[in-house]
Design a protein around this ligand. Structure first.
Ligand code: ATP
Length: 637
């Protein structure tokens, strides 16, 4: 089995960047969450304050209900208003969390669809894409960043600010009694004791929270890689129709399934280990915080016992301390869990900010009804990124307007690479390609690519309707769609489909979709190329899945309908070259021959050898001889 790839190292981004992205994805989401944190806290403070004041009032002799009503009404009013605000803010916060998750998906999709093709196929970029996807699924993204990190930071700040004044009042409250306890209560030692107690979580809890964070980061890194592998198995190996055939024929004992299950077991064991370590560090923290809470209650109790504060104040202070300690506990937890959240955000930002070559050219393409677009390849060489070998070397070639040109050559000779350069899916490493005398890099890429219609060797159809597949994103003209399908020799098939051209292909999206054969699919791809009505039509091995009659008919019809368009045919079937006025032969990335069929046959070079090698299998004598041998070998006595 292939080795798992390492997840790309995440650059650390600043909190400012995280907050910026959070607000770009959902405007005001940070402010809404901060307000929610404060309102939630205020609800707690209102209840504690009311309780404290109520107890103080109840200790006043002869207090009546009438005296308590205004205070109670004010409390209920406050609680009601805070509850309504809290309800509205919670709704917004929830919508923001979901919205930012979808926003991350949308940004990722947009990046994938809009980067230049060389970046799109760059293996490093693909790694970043896989990591960003896992981070969206796994770390909870900016939604979780806001609801956890922003929430706990704002909650802690609000708790410290709200409790601060009352805690100062607690320590400045002096007892009038003369007992030893009262003296201790008034002495600076109580303050020192209090400061020591508060310092304990700062000294102890932060390193523990950090340790928990370290385990969570390890947990995250480990799972990023496993999730990539899991996604490959689930989305490709177990799902793809083509691989499904391979597995059934070549893996009857379900080795792949066992391998996947074994990897899964390893993941579960390792995950459990890391989660236990992280939880242990966090729990230790909570124990420390619980002890501190107990000690702080003792300090408040001393003040109360010494008569420095009333019973009602004791209740209120205990409540305030609880709020601060609660906020502190949440903060400690967040420090632990935020490590994996922030790592996920880093990977998402790295992907979104992945550098792409700037769109160079701005020149518009001249719209010409006479299709007079002349392309010249001028001493072009090309090396795929990260490789040492030249895929093309010193290629010079001029396309004549309206000419049918066949590109032939052995496997790996550079035919498809030349098509990629022509269509600006890649940029020459050396040399230039000119359109009407101007370097093609100077043209606006989208306009430039509109002058080509290509049927790629590895063409794909969408799981949309036949009409959508033919017209793609252009205006759907039913008559032209039918003509394109007729020309490609697949109209009879489409005409019999339940909803004709509106029938979906495959059942991937539409359960009522239809499945078609490889040859029929290829014909629809050819119809798509014709429908585009571009001045250059390129067919890169377009007929590999077609039977010889269909192939002949398609070339014949194409030839009749091409008018003044320039056509480039790439094919291993030498028979297709009969429709070409010119044949260019590539070998090891170089043009080794260029001429008409008759001239190249006469030259007896590579083209002659390729043609003869294929032709000999079809000659009557050869077939007769082969049959004779086979009949003799398998003759039954
Ligand atoms: N994405 C890629 N990264 C690195 N090298 C590549 C890539 N694609 C193709 N190559 C290499 O570039 C060379 C030319 O490949 P190309 O696909 O252009 O050949 P071809 O003539 O179209 O072959 P075939 O007849 O098999 O389709 C080959 O050596 C191939 O291995």
């Amino acid at each position: 089995m292939p080795k798992k790839k390492q997840a790309p190292e995440a650059n650390h981004h600043s909190y400012r960047e995280y907050l910026h992205y959070a607000n770009v994805l959902r405007p005001h989401s940070v402010a809404v969450q901060a307000a929610l944190a404060v309102v939630t806290l205020l609800q707690g403070y209102a209840a504690v304050t009311f309780l404290g004041v109520l107890v103080t009032q109840l200790t006043v002799p002869n207090v009546t209900m009438a005296q308590l009503w205004p205070m109670t009404a004010a409390f209920l009013g406050t609680i009601f208003v805070l509850a309504i605000i809290g309800y509205r803010l919670t709704m917004h916060a929830n919508v923001n969390a979901w919205g930012s998750w979808f926003g991350m998906q949308a940004m990722t999709n947009k990046k994938m669809l809009t980067v230049t093709y060389p970046t799109f196929i760059d293996p490093k970029f693909r790694d970043e894409y896989a990591a960003a996807n896992t981070s969206i699924m796994f770390s909870g993204g900016f939604g979780r960043f806001v609801t956890q990190v922003v929430n706990s930071v704002c909650g802690l700040i609000a708790a410290v600010v709200l409790s601060g004044a009352s805690l100062v009042a607690l320590f400045t409250a002096r007892s009038q009694e003369t007992t030893a306890l009262a003296r201790f209560s008034n002495s600076p030692w109580l303050l020192v004791l209090m400061l020591v107690i508060i310092a304990i979580p700062v000294v102890m809890a932060f390193p523990l929270a950090k340790l928990s964070g370290k385990y969570m980061r390890k947990f995250y890194d480990f799972n990023v890689q496993f999730n990539r592998m899991g996604a490959y198995y689930i989305q490709t190996v177990f799902d793809d129709y083509v691989i499904g055939k391979v597995i059934r024929i070549f893996d009857p004992h379900d080795h792949l399934l066992h391998y996947f299950a074994k990897e899964n077991r390893t993941q579960i064991i390792e995950d459990n280990k890391m989660l236990t370590q992280a939880t242990a560090a966090r729990s230790l923290n909570n124990i420390v915080l619980s002890v501190i809470i107990g000690m702080l209650y003792v300090v408040v109790g001393i003040k109360g016992l010494a008569g420095a504060i009333s019973i009602g104040a004791v209740i209120a202070y205990v409540g305030y301390l609880q709020q601060v300690i609660g906020a502190l506990t949440t903060m400690m937890d967040t420090i632990g869990t935020s490590a994996s959240i922030l790592k996920g955000l880093d990977q998402f930002i790295n992907f979104i900010e992945y550098p792409d070559a700037p769109a160079k050219g701005r020149l518009p393409i001249e719209k010409r009804l006479d299709n007079n677009y002349e392309i010249k390849v001028d001493d072009v060489s090309y090396r795929y990124p990260g490789t040492q070998e030249w895929a093309l070397r010193h290629v010079t070639l001029q396309f004549k307007v309206g000419q049918r040109l066949a590109l032939v050559g052995p496997n790996g000779s550079g035919k498809t690479t030349l098509i990629k350069l022509l269509t600006r899916l890649a940029e020459p490493t050396e040399g230039r390609i000119l359109l009407n005398g101007i370097d093609i890099q100077k043209y606006d890429i989208h306009e430039y690519q509109q002058i080509f219609a290509v049927v790629f060797q590895d063409y794909r159809l969408f799981a949309f309707s036949v009409a959508d597949n033919v017209a793609v994103n252009t205006h759907k003209d039913p008559e032209r769609i039918q003509r394109a399908l007729t020309l490609a020799g697949v109209w009879n098939k489409v005409d019999r489909m339940p909803k004709k051209t509106e029938t979906s292909l495959t059942k991937n999206i539409d359960p009522a979709g239809v499945d078609i054969s490889g040859g029929e699919a290829q014909k629809i791809a050819i119809a798509r190329a014709w429908y585009k009505d571009a001045p250059f039509i390129i067919l890169d091995e377009p007929t590999a899945a077609l039977d010889p009659v269909s192939e002949y008919e398609i070339y014949q019809k194409f030839d009749d309908l091409m008018e003044k368009k320039t056509a480039i045919y790439v094919s291993h079937r030498m028979s297709s070259t009969r429709f070409s006025q010119r044949i260019v032969v590539l070998d090891h990335g170089q043009i080794v021959e260029d001429g008409t069929h008759a001239a190249l046959m006469q030259a007896q070079g590579l083209y002659y050898r390729l043609f003869e090698a294929q032709a000999q299998y079809y000659t009557a004598d050869k077939i007769k001889a082969e049959r004779k041998n086979a009949d003799a070998a398998y003759a039954i006595d």
